[in-house]
Ligand binder design. Structure first.
Ligand code: PMP
Length: 352
């Protein structure tokens, strides 16, 4: 570390994003992106907005927020728009955690949570998932702090029912619960409908997965108006123009053609069932994923071996160098043809 780098961050381990290859053309099943292009209309709206890039964006994302609020059946005052849902999560760490209120999350979950805690110099506590990777709400009894739960969870793909979320909200009334719903459209049940009733609930969502806009960086949080104001204090203290003009324009166009996105979600879920069945036939074990990825394990090709072997064949998947899940791999559900290529490649590997 150089003598210039802040002492505060000497031990910081940054989040490692999945690879975005530039040389060879791979089938990318490593970062849970959508295989489908953005909704029709996005390109035109973005092109139009380019003319206005000399002006700063609306820090309130007013038009987009209004459209999204209508779509979700909530008020615009219940929403804050962010640069990807990662930013919404970061605001939640900043706004709702401190020395007395540590961040609490499962030991196996989205790898950015400990990074958000560290960069904000916040204490955090990891609660082990059960042996079969489930979240047992009783494990959180008597543990103070702001709880972050990805629902469905990543990389396990497992979802909690809404009544469990509600139970946690009631049992932990004096604590904030942040529900990260990045993957909810693929088979989870959204807690957005609960925000009117629970002032300790924050729900974060993204346009990156089910709405094919990962490269745009657009996300949001839904909560009671007071919580939104608290998160906005973080926004206005770090990056008031956090959602740029192109993202606001694209977000609006995307919502105007939302049936297209719903259709794509349906396709991903169908391809997920198909891929699941093929992989099970080949001896893979997997969780009951409610997301756009499968979390799998094969006795002949545990963890990084499967990743390395598939990479040789031009397919990228994700492996996590973490103790309890070292034998597992996460495979994004791509287009049907991509998954057929994957299945074929795995068949070859098992025969070799
Ligand atoms: N939460 C989870 C569980 C994720 O897997 C991701 C994607 N890496 C995100 C949040 C953030 O996604 P984005 O910033 O693209 O909205």
């Amino acid at each position: 570390m150089s003598p210039y780098f802040s002492q505060r961050y000497q031990d910081l381990k940054a989040y490692t994003p999945g690879e975005q290859p530039k040389q060879r053309k791979y089938i990318k099943l490593n970062t849970n992106e959508s295989p489908f292009p953005p909704a029709p209309g996005v390109r035109e709206k973005v092109a139009e907005e380019v003319q206005r890039l000399n002006l700063y964006s609306d820090p309130e994302s007013s038009l987009l927020r209004q459209k999204l609020a209508e779509r979700l059946g909530i008020g615009a005052e219940n929403l804050i728009m962010t640069n990807g849902s990662d930013e919404a999560l970061n605001y939640a760490f900043m706004a709702f955690c401190d020395e007395e209120r540590p961040a609490v999350f499962p030991d196996i979950t989205y790898g950015f949570y400990p990074v958000f805690a560290r960069i904000n110099r916040l204490p955090f506590r990891e609660i082990p998932l059960t042996a079969d990777f489930r979240i047992d709400p009783r494990d959180y009894d008597g543990i103070p702090g702001t709880l972050f739960l990805a629902n469905p969870n990543a990389p396990t793909g497992l979802a909690l029912d809404l009544d469990v979320i509600e139970d946690l909200l009631l049992r932990r009334k004096e604590h904030i619960l942040v529900v990260d719903e990045a993957y909810v459209d693929f088979g989870g049940e959204s807690a957005v409908k609960l925000i009117d009733r629970y002032e300790n609930l924050i729900v974060t969502r993204t346009f990156s997965k089910s709405r094919s806009l990962a490269g745009l960086r657009l996300g949001f949080a839904a909560a009671a108006p007071e919580r939104i104001q608290e998160m906005k204090t973080m926004q206005y203290s770090t990056n008031p123009y956090n959602v740029d003009r192109l993202a606001q324009a694209a977000g609006i166009a995307c919502l105007e053609a939302d049936e297209y996105n719903l259709e794509n979600v349906k396709k991903v879920c169908e391809t997920r069932s198909w891929t699941r069945a093929r992989l099970e036939e080949m001896g893979f074990e997997m969780t009951d994923s409610r997301t756009n990825f499968l979390f799998v394990r094969h006795p002949a090709f545990p963890g990084s071996r499967l990743r390395d072997a598939l990479r040789e064949k031009g397919i990228l998947i994700r492996w996590f160098d973490q103790e309890r899940i070292r034998d597992w791999s996460r495979i994004t559900i791509g287009a049907q043809e991509e998954m057929e290529t994957l299945v074929h490649a795995v068949q070859q590997l098992l025969e070799e």
